[in-house]
Write a protein that binds this ligand. Structure first.
Ligand code: PAF
Length: 276
């Protein structure tokens, strides 16, 4: 596996791959790889030569967030990628975002859900993803659906800027208990992790309630919120939206999505589930 830190070199490798008619599957990550990332990579392999990036992007963390403590394990990440037979790992230095003066924003979507609680987050995400897209120029880019709002925004950015990149959604990978895989799960001890599993269990219960015939947005969310608070979660939001994330739903239909973010033992969790 070739580890590339230099932007010009990464550009050249991508150009050469394209010249030899290879298709590029790109998986951007912030490292501390887990099975969720492995799933993205495996999907990527089905479509082309895989390039994975690892970069903990300071621009997407707020001043009170965990940028400094964000779990990093480059050695183990490289091993995982080597074992997966990945050809290229792009690991740029901080200057990829330092001194940037033109940030991409989407005020409409950024002001809802995650955007309300992490005001500059999507500005940082869109900007780094656009930079990576410009360097790598992939044919396909893979994103996990746990970060559903991120996926929707990136898809929109690709449309808005006429990029020839297919944004590929990949279903959330979960622990046995249902907890969505996340690099931040590394913050939990075993006991806390067991309780953290209640987060998804509650969302699933809400989806089951809909299946059983309840369609009132208020009724569906009120009991979930109460249950989560009782388990010790501090809820940032728990909302039912249409799948384009444009409107909050009062009367819920199949295809709508329940999205939630909550903190437990200081760890911020996000997750979602579609109503079927
Ligand atoms: O989803 C993530 O890990 C990050 O937001 C991403 C897309 C790698 C951008 O830093």
């Amino acid at each position: 596996m070739k580890i590339i830190t230099n932007i010009a070199e990464m550009k050249k490798i991508s150009k050469d791959l394209k010249k030899s008619s290879r298709r590029i599957s790109f998986i951007p990550t912030m490292g501390k790889l887990h099975n969720g990332h492995v799933k993205l990579i495996e999907k990527g392999k089905e479509y082309g030569d895989v390039i994975v990036s690892i970069f903990v992007n300071p621009a997407q963390f707020g001043p009170d967030e965990d940028f400094n403590n964000y779990p990093r394990d480059f050695e183990n990440d490289s091993k995982i990628l080597k074992d997966l037979n990945i050809g290229y790992l792009f690991h740029p230095a901080a200057d990829i975002v330092k001194n940037t003066e033109t940030f991409l924003i989407d005020p409409e979507y950024s002001n809802r859900l995650e955007g309300v609680f992490r005001p500059a987050h999507f500005q940082g995400v869109l900007t780094i993803v656009m930079k990576l897209f410009c360097i790598i120029n992939p044919d396909f880019a893979f994103f996990g659906l746990k970060d559903y709002q991120q996926y929707i925004l990136i898809k929109k950015m690709v449309e808005d800027y006429f990029l020839d990149i297919e944004v590929m959604p990949v279903p959330t990978v979960r622990e046995k208990c249902g907890l969505a895989m996340s690099s931040r799960n590394a913050y939990f001890n075993e006991d806390d992790k067991k309780i953290a599993c209640n987060f998804y269990k509650s969302l699933k219960k809400t989806a089951d309630l809909f299946k059983a015939g309840e369609t009132s947005g208020e009724k569906l969310t009120v009991s979930t919120i109460k249950e989560l608070i009782k388990s010790g979660f501090k809820i940032d939001y728990l909302k039912i939206m249409d799948k384009g994330l444009n409107i909050e739903k009062q009367s819920v239909e199949a295809g709508d999505i329940l999205l939630a973010a909550a903190r437990f033992k200081g760890v911020r969790l996000i997750d979602n589930i579609f109503f079927e």
